[in-house]
Design a protein around this ligand. Structure first.
Ligand code: HEC
Ligand SMILES: [Cu+2]
Length: 423
């Protein structure tokens, strides 16, 4: 039998947990508003889709949510009803013997099984349809599909364009920013040179693994031109969390122009095309690096007047005020600092294949696998201290460390001037 003191303890516990629930709800709401939860339109949301593959996956999600929500409401209602209706109200109730035990009601149990099976079938239909649909480009559109090979490296992505061959070189190759034609299905062949990675562009298509020694593929389509955030979605080592990329979808004419331009060898800045009178030496303010400070490119200010796609477009034009002499000095340093061992600048020096191709590095919006904005300051930060920006990255561990490479401020200025001239 319960003593009054244990009863009051019980009441206090109930009151305390009620207060805890209210507090938790307040924090949850505050947190959600912080995360733009209600709009659900973050860069890496899968709730706002931009193409048919992501859309079909979202529909599966909703089907599952509705079925489970209905189950939740029914079960919670029955539970609430039983709790209130049959609760012990008096001491007599509390001391009453337990009701007569039975083996249950066969009708209720059979119908519960029946309803569960129906619920599963209801979820299975859209799921199976989506599995078939997302597996490969639909038969009738396969002819029209564009093909890209995406290859995972610790901790960046390489994109080869087998449909765009360059004489004497092979397929067009870029890194970390995959440009695709909008309104056209794109088949992405997934490969990796090292560990398992996973290719994920939330607004365009769900995750598919890049598995060692086993080809994999997926497809996606961006209905309209746009700029999309992507991310490796399978833990792959030290810098997995900052192994990002971008997908830029362009209309047909813009895409053709992009391809034609990327096929060209690297741009060479001669004194004739440079205008040193306007040359302003970029002031590098690099001092120390803190996580999440300005420079991380995963945030896009929603109040910004420029869309991410327009920002990308602006990045395609050469900077004003280039200094041909400084650029030439940077190009020299690019050789003497052994950058050429891992990087290729097609038409200039370098035939490295273990790092991203840098032939047109300056026209990217990001560097270091979608981590930093591609500005002179951020590029200097990356070249001088890659290990601080991206723990364990191969440029540092297999390049700077064994070859004892250090880059000082002046060398960084020249290297950055050179790399920023590669449009
Ligand atoms: C040992 C090979 C190696 C050497 C040497 C090396 N790099 Fe790299 N570099 C890499 C790798 C690997 C990455 C990709 C790192 C990542 O994002 O995780 C990279 C990334 C970069 C990027 C960013 C590219 C992009 O698309 O995001 C730039 C710029 C760059 N390196 C410049 C240089 C310069 C300048 C030098 C010489 C001072 C140099 N690298 C030396 C391997 C190397
Ligand atoms: Cu990865």
């Amino acid at each position: 039998m319960r003593t009054p003191s244990s009863l009051s303890f019980l009441k206090k516990t109930v009151a305390a947990s009620r207060a805890a629930c209210v507090l938790a709800a307040v924090f949850l709401l505050a947190g959600c508003s912080q995360l733009n939860f209600w709009q659900m339109d973050g860069h890496q949301t899968s709730m706002v889709t931009a193409g048919p593959v992501a859309e079909s996956q979202l529909q599966v999600f909703y089907a599952t949510v509705w079925v489970t929500a209905i189950i939740f409401v029914v079960v919670a209602a029955v539970l609430t009803y039983a709790t209130i209706k049959f609760k012990a109200r008096t001491t007599d109730d509390e001391n009453a013997p337990p009701p007569e035990q039975s083996h249950g009601n066969p009708l209720i149990e059979l119908s519960l099984i029946g309803v569960s099976v129906l619920a599963l079938v209801f979820i299975a239909f859209p799921t199976l349809r989506a599995i078939w649909f997302t597996y490969d480009v639909p038969e009738e559109e396969r002819e029209n599909a564009y093909v890209i090979d995406a290859i995972g490296y610790q901790w960046w992505f390489k994109f080869d364009y087998p449909m765009e061959q360059i004489d004497g070189v092979g397929a067009l190759s870029v890194a970390n920013e995959m440009v695709i034609p909008a309104g056209r299905p794109v088949r992405v062949n997934l490969r990796t040179v090292d560990v398992i990675h996973s290719f994920w562009v939330p607004k365009l298509a769900g995750k598919v693994d890049m598995t060692p020694n086993r080809g994999n593929h997926m497809w996606l389509q961006a209905d309209e031109p746009g700029y999309f955030w992507g991310q490796c979605a399978e833990y792959c080592g030290d810098s997995h969390a900052v192994m990002r990329f971008r997908v830029i979808a362009l209309n047909e004419a813009d895409f053709a122009e992009w391809v034609a331009h990327k096929k060209l060898p690297a741009r060479t800045v001669t004194p004739e095309i440079a205008d040193p009178a306007r040359a302003e030496r970029p002031q590098i303010t690099f001092a120390s690096f803190k996580r999440n400070e300005y420079g991380f490119s995963d945030k896009w200010d929603p109040r910004s007047q420029v869309s991410p796609l327009d920002n990308w477009r602006q990045q395609q034009f050469p900077h004003e005020g280039e200094d041909a002499a400084l650029i030439a000095q940077g190009r020299k340093l690019f050789q003497t600092k052994t950058c050429i061992a891992c990087h290729t600048v097609r038409g200039h020096e370098g035939m490295g294949i273990t790092g991203p191709e840098l032939t047109h590095i300056a026209s990217q919006t990001t560097i270091a696998a979608g981590l930093l904005e591609n500005t002179p300051e951020q590029m200097a930060r990356w070249i001088m201290h890659p290990e601080v920006v991206k723990p364990g990255n191969k440029m540092y561990t297999t390049g700077y460390v064994p070859s004892e490479i250090t880059i000082d401020q002046d060398e960084a200025l020249a290297l950055v001037a050179y790399l920023q001239s590669l449009k």
